[in-house]
Ligand binder design. Structure first.
Ligand SMILES: [Zn+2]
Length: 290
């Protein structure tokens, strides 16, 4: 500043900085407009992929921010592509995606691996379990609807599979929590017919009845539905409180395991209206057949 010049007032300084900021913003906008900008930065888990063209794939992602999304991964099958080996099933990623207005299919602009699941050196059972979890999520999650509980469940269950081989308890945990995250598990604490608490006495569960039925109401309804004894009811309560890596190592008797399996399978098939392709292989692995 030359001697004698008046110092600019605080207001003038503010105006100047505002104009500079606007100029910068205008320049930035002009520069960036030459490039397609990612319209979504997201944390994602790859549920599945299928071929699109010779070198491209369509990937189905469960994102923490926007739920289930589909995007084309250009060059994902080329070994030199940045996306090759990254947008693979069960991988936990940070992705940037472009979406054209009105289009459901996005495009993967970039992907950075956070963690690959189930990890190297683990048994086939872990791979089958990850496939089964991803298939359930792919079937149960509607497109474009964020479901943070489902995202956390999938991530925690993949991590559990990386720690140790999956157990039937982990599979039941995933099935029932996935259904619950999507609002498909009714209140199991009270009888759906008379409202009596059923904790401590077990109950009968019929999908069509819309919930648990106490001994009296379950008896009146006939022999339909799945009986869940006291131990099974207790196991379901624990399932709601524990993380998957703790629940998966709890010891359950054969009857309890069979009752919970029947309960989870009936509920799952009823709500998905189809059988899941990856389940038979997983079941065989859990029974020691693989
Ligand atoms: Zn009742």
């Amino acid at each position: 500043m030359r001697r004698g010049d008046a110092a600019p007032s605080a207001r003038a300084r503010l105006d100047t900085s505002r104009h500079l900021a606007l100029d910068d913003a205008m320049r930035a906008r002009t520069w960036y407009s030459q490039w397609p900008m990612p319209s979504l930065e997201a944390e994602a888990i790859v549920l599945r992929h299928h071929p699109l063209a010779e070198a491209d794939r369509i990937v189905v992602l469960l994102t923490r921010e926007q739920g289930k999304l589909r995007a084309a991964a250009g060059g994902a099958k080329k070994t030199k592509s940045q996306l090759a080996g990254t947008v693979e099933p069960f991988n936990h990623l940070r992705v940037s995606l472009w979406f054209r207005e009105g289009k459901d299919l996005g495009q993967v602009h970039g992907a950075e691996l956070i963690q690959a699941y189930p990890g190297k050196g683990l048994d086939l059972g872990s791979v089958y379990a990850c496939s089964y979890f991803a298939e359930i999520v792919n079937e149960i999650a509607p497109d474009g609807q964020p479901n943070p509980v489902l995202f956390r469940l999938l991530l925690a269950s993949l991590k559990a599979c990386a720690l140790r081989p999956p157990t039937p308890a982990l599979v039941r945990y995933f099935e029932i929590w996935a259904l619950r995250a999507c609002g498909f598990v009714p209140d199991l604490g009270r009888c759906a017919a008379c409202g009596r608490p059923v904790a401590g006495e077990g109950f009968r569960f019929a999908v069509a009845s819309g919930g648990a039925l106490c001994r009296d109401c379950g008896g009146k309804a006939g022999a339909g539905g799945v009986p869940l004894g006291v131990k099974s009811a207790e196991a379901l309560e624990k399932m709601m409180k524990l993380p998957p890596e703790e629940f998966m190592i709890l010891p359950f008797g054969q009857t309890t395991a069979a009752e919970i399996e029947q309960f989870a399978r009936r509920l799952l098939v009823f709500h998905l209206e189809r059988r899941l392709k990856s389940y038979p292989l997983l079941r065989e692995a859990l029974q020691g057949g693989v």
